[in-house]
Design a protein around this ligand. Structure first.
Ligand code: SF4
Length: 149
């Protein structure tokens, strides 16, 4: 199963914030640089993470966001479920036309169960436990070279 680009950006941003020194604020631009994604996409992801209570925001000139207590314990499975608004993996009913085989379709149910199994596998995986030193060090070195003097 493939996760969508928005979910991927949310996960990357949470990993970056998890690896930041405790309490340090990151601007949206720093997150965008750190996760290699355009500012506009990251801005939407940060808004969503705020609305889910996973990051805390501080306004002002030296403001930014940092991981919240909830963000520190959230799991990959929980987050992906929250971000997945599709009822089904396939468009059984769509503007282009409804599938004529939708009556008691066994495939539809099987795909729903498979998606649930996919999320269940990730329900114990805490996002903040994922980043490790050799993965994140080059990212923070890159960010420090871009920081305004
Ligand atoms: S065959 Fe079943 S799962 Fe596939 S589109 Fe039709 S109703 Fe949906």
């Amino acid at each position: 199963m493939r996760i969508n680009a928005f979910s991927d950006v949310c996960l990357r941003a949470l990993m970056l914030l998890s690896a930041s020194p405790e309490g340090e604020l990151l601007t949206t631009q720093a997150i965008a640089d750190g996760v290699g994604t355009p500012y506009n996409h990251v801005s939407k992801a940060v808004l969503k993470l705020r609305s889910l209570g996973l990051v805390d925001a501080v306004r002002g000139r030296s403001g930014g966001v940092r991981l919240s207590a909830k963000g520190r314990t959230t799991t990959v499975g929980w987050l992906l479920r929250e971000l997945d608004e599709r009822e089904d993996l396939v468009d059984c009913e769509s503007a282009a036309g409804n599938c004529p085989m939708s009556n008691n379709c066994g495939l539809r149910g099987a795909l729903r169960r498979a998606r649930e199994a996919f999320y269940r596998e990730l329900d114990e995986l805490v996002v903040s436990s994922l980043p490790h030193r050799s993965q994140m060090e080059p990212v923070f070195v890159m960010l420090s070279t871009r920081r305004p003097a």
